[in-house]
Ligand binder design. Structure first.
Ligand SMILES: C[S@@+](CC[C@H](N)C(=O)[O-])C[C@H]1O[C@@H](n2cnc3c(N)ncnc32)[C@H](O)[C@@H]1O
Length: 369
């Protein structure tokens, strides 16, 4: 295992003999058959069966969801309930196909069928209401393409289109054209909303703080900071050209944390969804720059989705780990991995905040003493 491996085995390990025996037991078809007929075991057996089915077929669910987003079906149903005929006309599909799609949508709790009308269900409305979610669903088709041949993907032998979608990772703004910049800024800005909410709920800051958001893009996170802490002075440090075109209260400081030192004079520096874009080496260099820029008692806030520490989880260890891998330079880390680097750099009083929604973000605070 690599030095910074996220995987820290539990101290008590299963005996190999027992592990082999138990797996041979589960694999045995007669045992499976018997288990499905016994009162208690049949429940476990059915649950496992459903979970395996879900694992095998989840990609179909994802594509059904994508169809609802791409055809605007959710929006049409938000406007008002529709008949199948009406929806078929709007989507440009055959009536039979629309019926099939609607039944699938009901099964996924996106929509409801009542008499002869199709209604938007709560889940569908939530998807529309959460900023950035329809756009995220839409852009996942790029990752989906990258994963078509998973063996080649994990071998690093297939091209990764997601890495082209997020060109700023390479830090070369002159290779990024305006439409690419607008595309990623828009998605980042919209998907920032929930991250900012959870981050700002986790921490409290003094009113008169001076706060620099490094890699803050269009300032969407800082907008939320000002909204919650109106007296805080805010600044964003990011690559030239990434600042918002709308007027904001935040000072924008153009620069690259690869080449430039970070500006001083801020009590708080935040890195929101920045570390997971970069290699361990870059992260260590960046955190060293943050440490140098902060005054004594200055605070660092790191907020991004993370791996499960001892227990790999469904968000960090599946989706985000694969997503950042597809970006070539990225790496999702566990809270302890990030804390280890923070300690090496010199930070102390490191605190991992309990996250209400680890699929949105986990927040770590650290101080320069
Ligand atoms: C994943 S985005 C996160 C943006 C924002 N913090 C958020 O959560 O929405 C990463 C940000 O880091 C910025 N970035 C990447 N490389 C950078 C560099 N070398 N110097 C400064 N900013 C950089 C990008 O422009 C982008 O705004």
């Amino acid at each position: 295992m690599a030095e910074h491996s996220a995987y820290r085995p539990r101290s008590r390990s299963l005996s190999h003999w027992w592990a082999t025996k138990i797996n041979a037991f589960y694999r045995n078809l007669s045992v499976q058959d018997l288990a499905s007929r016994l009162p208690f075991l049949s429940r476990i057996s059915r649950k496992e069966g459903e979970a395996i089915f879900q694992l095998m077929t989840g990609f179909v669910d994802t594509q059904i969801l994508l169809t609802f987003v791409r055809t605007n079906a959710l929006e049409y149903l938000y406007e008002r309930p529709r008949t199948v005929d009406e929806l078929a006309r709007l989507l440009g599909f055959e009536k039979d196909t629309t019926e099939l799609l609607c039944r699938a949508g009901v099964a996924l709790h996106l929509i409801k069928l009542r008499r002869d009308r199709i209604y938007l269900a709560r889940r569908g409305a939530l998807i529309l209401g959460l900023p950035g979610i329809p756009e995220l669903i839409d852009h996942h088709s790029i990752l989906y393409e990258d994963l078509i041949d998973p063996k080649a993907f994990f071998n690093g032998k297939s091209p990764r289109k997601l890495a082209e979608f997020w060109p700023y990772v390479f830090g070369a703004t002159d290779t990024v054209n305006d439409s690419d910049l607008a595309r990623y800024s828009d998605l980042m800005t919209k998907s920032q909303f929930m991250v900012a909410r959870d981050t700002l709920r986790a921490i409290s800051v003094p009113n008169a703080a001076r706060w620099l958001d490094v890699g803050g893009g269009s300032g969407a996170f800082m907008d939320q900071v000002v909204h919650k802490f109106s007296k805080v002075q805010t600044a964003v440090f990011d690559l030239a050209g990434t600042q918002s075109t709308r007027p904001t209260k935040h000072q924008f400081i153009a620069g690259s944390f690869f080449d430039d030192d970070l500006p001083q004079g801020f009590d708080i520096i935040s890195l929101i969804r920045v570390l997971y874009d970069h290699s361990d080496e870059t992260v260590k260099q960046l955190l060293t720059k943050v440490y140098t820029a902060l005054p004594k008692n200055g605070r660092l806030i790191v907020s991004e989705p993370m791996l499960g520490d001892r227990n790999p989880n469904r968000f960090g260890d599946t989706y985000f780990a694969i997503y950042t891998m597809a970006m070539n330079t990225g790496k999702t880390r566990s809270p302890s991995e990030i804390c280890d680097i923070l300690k090496q750099v010199g930070f102390s009083q490191i605190k991992i905040n309990a996250s209400p929604r680890p699929f949105v973000t986990t927040v770590i605070e650290a101080f320069k003493k």
